[in-house]
Design a protein around this ligand. Structure first.
Ligand code: SF4
Length: 245
């Protein structure tokens, strides 16, 4: 912060020392102040701290990008409360160390793939604008997995929307989802999945994925449903079958 303060004072000095100019042009003072504000915004964005449960390089196991190498960032914090959640340790954001956007992008850049998947927890509990902006500037595709229960922030190449019965999604997510992933435990979930699908753009890919601990009983239901409603596909957590960490 010391160097920022010096820069800030310097810019203020320069800005305040300038005289307005004629001919309707923006006064030098205003231009300097605007540059200063922009500088401060960039600094604040890069220094934003996000709680990170884990970050790792792997192969995406689910959905449209299944089989492709990607860097995963699992953010802490979730208030959705799925009873069958397999990452309950992610729920408490305060339980996880915070890292700056700058550090997260630097870590992702150590690996050759140029896809970053932001997951959670519920990642939209955080403002993801600065992170996605920095990732895009570094040449990454930005992907997110979200329940849609919090306001959409960030600039995304791919949004995987996975609604949960425990906390309703916000309406805006339906306009932006590229992929719908519904976790299926029982027959009612198939009907519930269809209710979401009807609100989505026609190009949105539709996946029915068995909840891992219920896969034996859910799979036959999903297979019959997909055969009867071919707009849907079976979604598998291939990384779990293949033991890919
Ligand atoms: Fe767990 Fe995801 Fe449900 Fe949150 S939204 S409780 S992280 S499964």
């Amino acid at each position: 912060m010391g160097s920022l303060n010096v820069a800030l004072c310097g810019l203020l000095f320069l800005a305040l020392g300038q005289q307005p100019v004629a001919n309707g042009q923006q006064p030098q003072f205003a231009r300097s102040a605007s540059r200063l504000a922009s500088l401060l915004r960039s600094f604040a964005a890069m220094s934003q701290q996000l709680p990170v449960m884990e970050a790792f390089y792997t192969v995406q196991g689910e959905g449209l990008f299944s089989g492709q190498a990607a860097y995963f960032i699992r953010l802490g914090g979730c208030d959705v409360g799925c009873s069958w959640c397999d990452v309950k340790e992610s729920w408490d954001a305060d339980a996880h160390p915070k890292h700056s956007v700058e550090v997260l992008v630097a870590e992702a850049s150590k690996h050759p793939a140029r896809i970053v998947v932001i997951t959670g927890g519920e990642p939209l509990m955080h403002d993801l604008g600065p992170l996605t902006k920095a990732l895009r500037a570094a040449g990454f595709r930005t992907h997110i997995e979200t329940s849609g229960a919090h306001p959409l922030s960030g600039d995304w190449h791919h949004i995987c929307f996975s609604p949960k019965k425990f906390k309703a999604p916000l309406p805006e997510i339906y306009l932006h989802a590229d992929e719908l992933k519904v976790i299926v435990l029982n027959k009612h979930d198939l009907q519930w999945a269809q209710e979401h699908a009807t609100k989505l753009p026609s190009q949105c890919a539709l996946f029915l994925q068995p909840e891992w601990s219920k896969r034996e009983s859910a799979m036959p239901l999903i297979v019959e449903h997909v055969k009867a409603h071919p707009a849907w596909r079976i979604g598998l957590q291939t990384h779990k079958y293949l033991n890919i960490p």
